[in-house]
Design a protein around this ligand. Structure first.
Ligand SMILES: Cc1ncc(COP(=O)(O)O)c(C=O)c1O
Length: 451
């Protein structure tokens, strides 16, 4: 069908001739029945595509979760060091099994998991770690909290993941590690990243904070690099409010992670190294254990819904779903990302499009407003006496000059995404509403200039 503009009906007709036959009748008839009028955007007084319907609530909670918390409260084991069989050690074992890893250390957040990993690998002042500017601030916080230099490489515009070529360009003699972020829960280009890491003798810390259970070329994300880090913050697909975990297969390195996260105190009770106190508490692990039974089922549902939504948008030129690399077997679909292509919407800007779709009853978001390379922490570290002591003036000047990431800037402006943890657990009809809202705005794109 190419990039040519087409009406929503033409698109549906074309799609129904192919793989979308099963969904197309519902789309046409239900949409027609609900509105009786598809020629006015809801934001301009037309009838919305979706009315009086909620999305599956998030974070996930059921009686098992509540009972698990109550049991922990009554047990009076509230701290992991009180018992080797408390909820935290039990969760560590179960999460390691779930992720096909040998070992797990649970932490109080994903940021803490990442920072612990950086410290455990011996990375600190004078060292550099390459990561993405398109991520949560926790990613870079983990590097600069160790007083290393967080070097930001640009993105691949279609996958929103680190561009391996730019990663390689930014390697210096002080680079010690790459921290790929599996953006939206789908795999980064791990073959290329591992190849570059091997070539330059670098460690790889996977920021899999969003990527629980995702599989790339037969391996769970988080088990490909030296260490993999996860977040269980409320919005994540496995959640306990605030929480995190490190997984890995190297016993010695994972023991070091335990020691670092336990204020430098080893499992033998000896205080050996510098370390913060980042232990997960028993209540957080109780919430995680309470939801474990349905985790894989919800993961499969999000994958099925994501595939269906992508099939509904196949061939449609106005939005392009996140590119998945060859070898992506599944994704957590923490977020379902799409690139908004304004040239197909009469050049209406992204925020106008989002407002129009929201009025149709489907709230999409823009996600990261501006990349981390544009935020004040960069000047903060460049001007700080601490960083001036640790890095040469020449290196800091070069860092300032080379901070731009133009593809990331573009991705921030073009992103339109579904908050997936909850909505992507919905029904087929919910997915059809998302696609129909986008397609209705497209069909009536001439009205966007009136908003
Ligand atoms: C990609 C990424 N990295 C790191 C983090 C930090 O995790 P936490 O919020 O649990 O500290 C997050 C959380 O949003 C994230 O999405």
């Amino acid at each position: 069908m190419g990039e040519k503009d087409l009406t929503r009906r033409q698109f549906i007709a074309a799609a129904s001739a192919g793989s979308l036959a099963a969904s197309s009748s519902r789309t046409v008839h239900t949409y027609g029945n609900i509105t009786g009028d598809d020629s006015n955007l809801a934001i301009l007084g037309g009838t919305p595509i979706r009315r009086n319907k909620g999305w599956p609530e998030w974070p996930y909670c059921d009686d098992d979760v509540v009972e698990s918390i109550v049991a922990t409260t009554k047990s009076r084991i509230w701290c992991r060091i009180q018992s080797a069989s408390g909820t935290v050690p039990t969760w560590e074992e179960k999460f390691a099994n779930l992720m096909d890893a040998k070992y797990c250390v649970a932490t109080g957040s994903g940021t803490q998991a990442l920072h612990t990993s950086v410290e455990a690998l011996g990375i600190g002042p004078g060292d550099e770690v390459i990561t993405s500017p398109y991520t949560d601030p926790g990613t870079i916080s983990s590097i600069i909290s160790a007083r290393a230099l967080a070097v930001l490489a640009d993105l691949d515009r279609e996958s929103y993941q680190l561009d391996p070529e730019d990663v390689e360009r930014r390697i210096t003699e002080n680079t010690k590690a790459i921290m790929p972020v599996h953006m939206m829960g789908q795999p980064a280009d791990m073959d290329s990243i591992m190849r570059i890491a091997k070539k330059h003798n670098l460690k790889v810390i996977e920021d899999a904070a969003q990527a629980h259970l995702s599989v790339y070329k037969g391996k769970k994300l988080g088990t490909i690099g030296d260490l993999g880090c996860f977040s269980f913050q409320s919005s994540k697909t496995i959640a306990c409010g605030e929480g995190g975990a490190i997984i890995g297969n190297d016993e010695q390195l994972m023991d070091q992670c335990y020691t670092v996260h336990n204020h430098g105190t080893s499992r033998r009770g000896v205080t050996e190294v510098i370390g913060p106190k980042y232990r997960m508490n028993e209540f957080e692990a109780a919430v995680l254990l309470g939801q474990l039974a349905g985790v894989e089922q919800r993961f499969l549902r999000r994958n099925e819904n994501a595939a269906y939504l992508t099939s509904r948008l196949k061939g449609f030129p106005g939005v392009r779903p996140q590119k998945l690399y060859e070898g992506t077997e599944s994704g957590s679909f923490y977020l379902y990302g799409m690139t908004y292509k304004k040239e197909h919407f009469n050049n209406a800007d992204r925020d106008t499009f989002l407002k129009a779709v929201a009025a149709e009853g489907v709230n999409l978001g823009g996600y990261v407003k501006t990349g981390l390379h544009t935020q004040p922490w960069v000047d903060h570290i460049l001007d700080s006496e601490v960083y001036k002591k640790m890095y040469s003036a020449k290196r800091l000047e070069q860092y300032r000059d080379e901070r731009s990431c133009p593809v990331c800037d573009q991705v921030c402006q073009e992103m339109a995404m579904v908050w997936a943890s909850g909505p992507l657990l919905g029904t087929r009809e919910d997915m059809d509403d998302i696609a129909d809202a986008i397609l209705k705005v497209y069909e009536n794109r001439d009205q966007l200039s009136r908003i």
